[in-house]
Design a protein around this ligand. Structure first.
Ligand SMILES: Cc1ncc(C[n+]2csc(CCOP(=O)(O)OP(=O)(O)O)c2C)c(N)n1
Length: 465
């Protein structure tokens, strides 16, 4: 009996160790995939396949830690560095990430914005095509990222305040498809430089006063583009600057935590308890995540070697969170070099494949449209015996990665030069059909077009009494 019990306990320990190890390695894989996506993403922009890129390199480990506590029913109000969190939460794939980078207009390929938003701008739907609520309390919810930095702050506060009302006001408490008794947390992320904005300060103060379930993460990589935090943040530390807001016994306020962005185990440990506390008590928290790096600089519009010192660059290399996580795994005997090498190799391969698929899908309709346009212009050139039309067709087919405006411009030019009435009419018909298609892609759904669209509300004429 005794021996069998001992064996059971040993087996349980082994299983829980295996489980733990698998989770850690899964997180490491996500970290590697996300890093590769950033590295390749930058290359795609610098070789001309995409127009602009901004990536989450250096924030990967903090985000796999955060993602563990981001549950169905929760909300995200974040910004453009959160790709790893989205990958780890199953809300974005690497292929979708590249589709958005290419501005693919097919909603199946870029489900966040159908090519309309900058890359790393995520979102999930809240309503169905009839405008009726989806079961948000069972979903991980992402509010659409926006361009003005710190714009996510007031929105995050509003979402967290909604949870407070769901908990406090009985009639709202019945809306269980939207909230399970206000148990959800709004997770908000912001860069260290953006904490200088008024929106940030107003939000932190209001959260402390109102007692709302808000978790604010500051990714502190020391810079706002090229501006160092020494000339941006009082005492060079947002947690020091906010320390007066710290909740104490018998006061309102917020809880303030300092974390290290490379310390996987430390972050998981603190976040487990801290997020649960926010859920239970609706006391907001600030997580000042320090010692974060930005290995590729701010965006594809610059290079950080121009504004970071040699010492800082060397420090960033050494304290890179991916490197640190790998070393932590090895020193804790969770895996050996060969196993981690394999994960890294597979991550590289997976990202390359995803990029390839996204690019091929992006090209399909444009290649088709280009081919059709070239053929129609060539046909017109033959009938007109026109060298000019031939040259328009040749120039269009010579473009390595044509854009839709190249197709439209070539067709429009061809119409101007086409003398034969029948061929000109063919060109015009094709041009109009493409124009309609492009309008549907680029100009539709700017406002609600569903049954709840404002223009479908029956007008009430004014009554003068
Ligand atoms: C209101 C507003 N001001 C300026 C900008 C231009 N801008 C974009 S990102 C950025 C720096 C943000 O730095 P930080 O908050 O530290 O985030 P990081 O990019 O370093 O993660 C600036 C100034 C903007 N998008 N919105």
């Amino acid at each position: 009996m005794g021996l069998s019990h001992e064996n059971d306990t040993m087996l349980e320990d082994k299983l829980s160790f295996e489980n733990f190890k698998n989770q850690v390695l899964k997180d490491y894989r996500t970290v590697c995939e996300s890093r590769e996506a950033s590295l390749l993403g930058r290359k795609e922009v610098l070789t001309g396949k995409a127009k602009f890129g901004i990536f989450g390199g250096g924030k990967e480990v903090a985000q796999v830690a955060l993602a563990k506590f981001f549950k169905p029913g929760d909300f995200r109000a974040g910004y453009y560095r959160d790709q790893t969190w989205m990958f780890a939460s199953g809300l974005a794939t690497v292929e979708q990430f590249f589709s958005q980078l290419y501005a693919d207009t097919d909603i199946q390929n870029d489900p966040f914005s159908a090519g309309r938003q900058m890359n790393s701008h995520f979102s999930t739907p809240f309503v169905d095509e009839n405008g009726d609520w989806l079961p948000l309390s069972q979903l991980k919810n992402v509010t659409a990222d926006m361009a003005p930095t710190a714009g996510q702050m007031p929105r995050a506060l509003g979402l967290a305040l909604a949870s407070k009302l769901f908990r406090k006001v009985p009639v709202y408490g019945e809306m269980t498809q939207l909230s399970t008794g206000g148990n959800e947390v709004c997770f908000c992320t912001i860069g260290d430089a953006s904490t200088s904005e008024g929106h940030f300060w107003e939000t932190m103060n209001a959260a402390g006063v109102h007692k709302v379930p808000l978790a604010v993460f500051v990714w502190d990589d020391g810079y706002g583009i090229s501006v160092p935090k020494e000339i941006q943040t009082t005492k060079s530390s947002i947690s020091e600057a906010l320390s007066g807001l710290q909740k104490e016994e018998g006061t309102n306020g917020i809880n303030i935590y300092k974390l290290k962005g490379w310390d996987y185990a430390g972050m998981c440990e603190v976040l487990e308890e801290a997020i649960q506390n926010i859920r239970d008590t609706h006391t907001p928290a600030l997580f000042h995540v320090e010692e974060i790096t930005q290995p590729q600089g701010h965006s594809t519009s610059g290079s950080h070697e121009r504004y970071k010192s040699q010492e800082r660059l060397a420090w960033e290399k050494n304290w890179d969170c991916k490197k640190q996580m790998r070393e932590w795994i090895i020193s804790n005997a969770l895996a050996e070099d060969t196993e981690l090498d394999k994960i890294e190799y597979e991550a590289k391969d997976m990202v390359r494949q995803s990029r390839k698929k996204a690019w091929e899908k992006y090209l399909v309709p444009i290649t088709e449209e280009t081919k059709e346009a070239v053929e129609i212009i060539q046909a017109a050139a033959r009938v007109n015996s026109s060298e000019k039309l031939d040259s328009i067709a040749n120039s269009l087919s010579a473009i390595f990665t044509p854009m839709r405006r190249d197709i439209a411009r070539s067709l429009s030019e061809a119409i101007d030069y086409c003398e034969n009435a029948e061929e000109r009419s063919n060109l015009q018909t094709y041009y109009s059909s493409l124009k309609n298609k492009f309008e549907a892609i680029f100009d539709r759904h700017l406002y609600n077009e569903g049954p709840k669209a404002v223009l479908k509300v029956e007008a009430l004429p004014p009554r003068v009494q």
